[in-house]
Design a protein around this ligand. Structure first.
Ligand SMILES: Nc1ncnc2c1ncn2[C@@H]1O[C@H](COP(=O)(O)OP(=O)(O)O)[C@@H](O)[C@H]1O
Ligand SMILES: [Mg+2]
Length: 320
């Protein structure tokens, strides 16, 4: 708020001056000036409540100076100007809604693309390495022992590479998520991340049967992002993933004992905002759920999700 004070004062001054000009001669250009003022306010990240306050202050000054007969006219013209100053906000809200729909479509496209890449890694790249391994084995057959030993040195990393690719493809889009459901998939994911970063990740809890497919995929992706954040930023020594279902709401928590961070400071540094937390919010919004980040520097990070299970479309497998 303090950063905004200078900009707000300028806006308040201009608002009052446009209002006075409009009340004097009802000149149409004042409407345009008010619209531009709205755009400036939007760019300065003013909110609608601040605009309402601005309007209220400017209008009350004018109302103190007019006669009782003129009051109604002042209120009417003031309202016209207020609507004008708010119209950039209205437009931006509409654009936000459109962007949100576009983001959801993009999410679905990405999900399909990830599926395709996971299959390609698994069925093509990893299988190709297996055939190379077999071919090397064939070539080795009948060769002197010391040459076979050298070829064996090639086969070991080849096999390791094939198994890494398989592991990666399963993590990208684990068949276990489709086949066995959320809990086994989270355990598989946690296992992989835990091995990579070398700290324990405990997964506990359960769901009552299989949640809808869209919920399973979203929760899996969110936990995946949360664990990737732990790996990248937290310097934690312990992570816990808990799942719980109460009536028709699925709750999931990812908690680490790492560095934590200042969420408010993150929001202020626009250029440094990552996409991970935004994507988490987007996925939760799409399911009509809620989420909360409990964290502070030095106090670890806890991400809490709640997703209603009734609200998503009934065909649980279609979203996969
Ligand atoms: N578990 C965590 N521990 C510490 N810091 C975190 C954690 N999760 C997120 N952060 C902080 O929040 C920021 C934004 O996260 P995110 O949106 O996922 O973007 P990115 O991971 O690409 O930086 C990170 O850069 C980091 O500073
Ligand atoms: Mg991230």
């Amino acid at each position: 708020m303090t950063i905004m004070n200078g900009a707000l004062q300028g806006l308040a001054h201009d608002y009052a001056s446009v209002l006075r000009a409009y009340l004097t001669d009802e000149d149409e250009t004042c409407l345009h000036r008010m619209y531009e003022l709205g755009r400036r306010a939007l760019n300065a990240e003013c909110g609608i409540l601040q605009m309402a306050e601005l309007h209220q202050k400017a209008l009350s000054v004018v109302l103190r100076q007019v006669t009782a007969e003129d009051r109604e006219r002042v209120l009417r013209l003031g309202q016209t100007l207020f609507l004008e100053v708010l119209s950039p906000f209205e437009m931006s809200q509409r654009q936000c809604r459109d962007a949100s729909v576009a983001l959801r479509c993009l999410n679905e496209t990405l999900e399909a693309e990830v599926h395709r890449i996971a299959l390609a890694l698994h069925d093509e790249a990893a299988q190709l390495l297996v055939s190379v391994d077999l071919a090397v084995d064939e070539v080795a057959f009948g060769l002197p022992a010391h040459v076979r030993d050298r070829l064996e040195k090639i086969r070991a990393p080849l096999r390791q590479c094939a198994s890494e690719l398989r592991r990666l493809s399963h993590e990208l889009r684990p068949p276990v998520l489709d086949d066995l459901g959320l809990m086994p998939a989270l355990e598989f994911l946690a296992d992989g991340v835990s091995n990579r970063i070398g700290i324990p990740i405990a997964v506990s809890g359960s769901t009552e049967g299989r949640p809808p497919g869209a919920v399973e995929v979203a929760v899996y992706r969110i936990v995946q992002e949360a664990l990737s954040n732990v790996a990248k930023h937290a310097h934690a020594s312990k992570v816990v993933v808990e799942v719980r279902q109460s009536e028709s709401v699925l709750h999931c928590t990812v908690r680490d004992n790492g560095t934590g961070f200042d969420v408010a400071a993150l929001g202020a540094k626009r250029a440094q905002r990552g996409l991970g937390l935004i994507a988490i919010r987007e996925r939760i919004d799409a399911l009509g759920g809620t989420h909360r980040l409990v964290t502070a520097p030095g106090e670890g990070t806890e991400l809490l999700l709640s997703v209603p299970l009734g609200g998503t479309d009934g065909d649980s497998r279609s979203a996969r």
